[in-house]
Design a binder for this molecule. Structure first.
Ligand SMILES: [Fe+2]
Length: 415
């Protein structure tokens, strides 16, 4: 149990360092400014992170007195749309930093004293894991805000690794049942549960995400709209990433495309997007054992050799850069680099029950939202698994969204 408490403390600390980096990189004016009507001011995300931590870990898990009950309504994401948040009487940068630090001090005290068994919310430190993931998710959102921000670059990171293997072409995923979702992953969220069997007919899936060069060929032939942050230069396409504009990297996965754009690309290529079940089977199913892995490469937590996660780099890596992260069937870069749109509405798995609150997932189930899988270069390992489900409006593309394509297997191909 001491190990679990230590691990939680390390995850909280590591995550807060990331939030601090994203909010200290800009001046106070930039923190309170709205960089896009799609996004909150960074200072809202920061205090909202602290407020959720206070609600769940200080008040609920810890049973302590509120720190700032008076500000709950300002940071309730359901009460105010992102476009309206700048007009609220939000905490300023200095107050927000002091608030999240006060909350964190109390949380570390709660962590030392709380029983981590006997109550579902604290079993395996679930509530702490949920809050770590929540903060990491907002860190990715803040990274997307940085991407939309205009001005000189303020973030930097080493370039992603280069391609070392040829990952052109597609892989046949044999038909049959596999286990989708999880009932055993301690920090998995309610929408990933429970594990259930899905029978998936045979299909082919791209070995790697669709690249910038492939997407540019589609644009040149169809005149479709380029991805967000692309611009046309006499010499070819340019992309702006975190304040730096440069020619697109031909063999890197395309990023910042919407769901209809992803569908249009797939149709142009004579293909389609995979369904969510197809994506997860390609990612997790081991044909030798018949079981589903936590990640494509196995059950170990992600390391830098497996996937481009955690903002270690500020761009997707070229396809073929992570051979150690391939699935048993030889599908590459399912985890990290770019979120992949799949052709499925965000829906409950059979046997779903909302936990710990309906507003986490259940209120979003329905045809309004499409699912994205696998995480991006801006997703932390703590908030990414083979079972993890993200969702958004189909038209959104300020997120780090890309795609890979699939097609049905024909009877002759199945012998
Ligand atoms: Fe949130």
């Amino acid at each position: 149990m001491a190990d679990l408490r230590d691990r939680v403390a390390r995850e909280l600390e590591r995550t807060r360092a990331r939030s601090a980096g994203l909010t200290e990189a800009v001046d106070d004016g930039d923190l309170v400014r709205q960089h896009s009507p799609l996004m909150s001011p960074l200072v809202w995300d920061l205090a909202h992170i602290g407020n959720q931590e206070e609600l769940w870990l200080v008040r609920d898990v810890g049973g302590r007195e509120p720190v700032r009950a008076d500000i709950d309504h300002l940071y309730d994401a359901f009460k105010h749309a992102r476009r309206d948040r700048p007009a609220l009487p939000l905490l300023g940068p200095k107050e927000a930093r002091a608030y999240v630090a006060t909350v964190r001090d109390k949380v570390l005290d709660v962590l030392e004293r709380v029983h981590l068994e006997g109550r579902r919310l604290t079993e395996d430190a679930f509530a702490f894991g949920m809050i770590v993931q929540h903060e990491q998710q907002h860190d990715e959102t803040m990274l997307a805000t940085h991407q939309l921000r205009r001005g000189d670059p303020v973030l930097s990171a080493p370039p992603p690794p280069e391609s070392t293997v040829d990952v052109r072409g597609e892989v046949l995923v044999p038909g049959g049942p596999f286990t989708m979702g999880t009932s055993t992953e301690a920090w998995a969220l309610d929408n990933e549960r429970p594990a259930h069997t899905v029978d998936v007919p045979a299909f082919w899936i791209d070995r790697a995400p669709v690249t910038n060069a492939q997407y540019a060929a589609f644009l040149d032939e169809t005149g479709a709209n380029p991805p967000l942050h692309w611009s046309r230069d006499p010499g070819g396409w340019l992309a702006t990433g975190f304040g730096r504009t440069a020619p697109i990297v031909p063999d890197a996965p395309v990023v910042h495309v919407s769901f209809p754009e992803a569908q249009a690309y797939a149709a142009w290529a004579g293909r389609r997007l995979p369904t969510e079940a197809e994506w997860e089977k390609a990612a997790r199913w081991d044909p030798v054992t018949g079981r589903s892995r936590r990640y494509p490469w196995g059950d170990e937590d992600p390391g830098p050799q497996h996937a481009n996660l955690g903002q270690r780099h500020l761009a997707p890596a070229p396809v073929g850069a992570y051979p150690a992260g391939a699935s048993p069937l030889g599908v590459h870069q399912l985890i990290g680099d770019v979120w992949e749109w799949v052709d499925s509405d965000f829906a409950a798995y059979p046997g779903f029950s909302a936990f710990p609150y309906r507003e986490y997932s259940e209120v979003f189930f329905g045809p309004e939202y499409k699912v994205l899988r696998g995480g991006s270069f801006g997703t932390d390992a703590a908030a990414c698994r083979g079972t993890f489900r993200n969702w958004d409006y189909p038209i959104r593309r300020q997120i780090f969204s890309g795609l890979r394509t699939a097609r049905d297997a024909t009877p002759p191909e199945l012998g």
